[in-house]
Design a protein around this ligand. Structure first.
Ligand code: SF4
Ligand code: FES
Length: 234
């Protein structure tokens, strides 16, 4: 089948603004959009710039807007989006080159959430591990699945309006630790998220939940953090 792909192109060394270039290629409905981009880069234009690494939905590096929706190119089949495909960079982050955006602000917000296990108490007497019930583990199971692709944050209207907002992905990261019964820094993280650019900027648009390629219920997780903040109970 013929596939028509319109790709946003921007070279910071030569362009003052971006433009769209259309490529027509032969492909298969079972090709992934990443395969299509690889083909164009390999056979038509080696200057096409985009990120990818694992090619299997694990590393989170190939988030892009495909026909107007944030998706991972490696998890999106041509048959799911049709033979006319428009590919653009995710919104709300500075474009570095073609489909590559500057992820630094995104990861700066991630780091603000203290994204690591904090527990200064002595280990249990047997010295081996901090136990947790199956029910306690289940409370944050979903948010452990985040691959930091930024599909959620860059589909959020509040983030587009104010790039200082920590954003859904950062809150998902905080959730993973706040609701871990073994961690001792929930209050500290809740204080960080109570700041002006924290959860108060979420207006429950649900774009984040729709965009998440890991099917994490992002809006629900943000709601649980808001509730913990209001009640003081984790
Ligand atoms: Fe990506 Fe989902 Fe994590 Fe957001 S919550 S960064 S959409 S995996
Ligand atoms: Fe790793 Fe798509 S290339 S998630």
């Amino acid at each position: 089948m013929e596939i028509t792909v319109k790709i946003f192109r921007y070279n910071p060394e030569t362009d003052t603004r971006g433009n769209y270039v259309t490529y027509k290629i032969e492909g298969d409905e079972n090709d992934r959009v990443l395969d299509v981009l690889e083909y164009i880069k390999g056979m038509r234009d080696g200057t096409l710039a985009f990120r990818r690494s694992c090619a299997h939905g694990v590393c989170g590096s190939d988030a892009m807007r495909i026909n107007g929706r944030n998706m991972l190119a490696c998890k999106t089949l041509v048959r799911d989006v049709g033979a006319n495909i428009t590919v653009e960079p995710i919104l709300g982050l500075r474009i570095v080159n073609d489909l590559i955006v500057d992820m630094e602000p995104f990861f700066d917000n991630y780091k603000k959430m203290l994204p690591y296990f904090i527990n200064e108490s002595p280990l249990p007497e047997d010295g081996r591990e901090r136990l947790q019930t199956v029910e306690d583990r289940a409370r944050f199971d979903e948010t452990t699945k985040c691959i930091l692709c930024a599909c959620c944050t860059t589909s959020c209207p509040s983030y587009w309006a104010n790039g200082e907002y920590y954003g859904p992905a950062a809150i998902v990261t905080a959730h993973r630790f706040i609701f871990d019964s073994r961690d001792e820094a929930a209050d500290e993280r809740l204080q960080i998220l109570a700041e002006t650019d924290g959860v108060a900027r979420c207006h429950t648009a649900y774009n984040c939940t729709e965009a998440c390629p890991r099917e994490i219920k992002v809006t629900k997780a943000i709601g649980e953090v808001k509730m913990a903040m209001m009640t003081g109970k984790v």
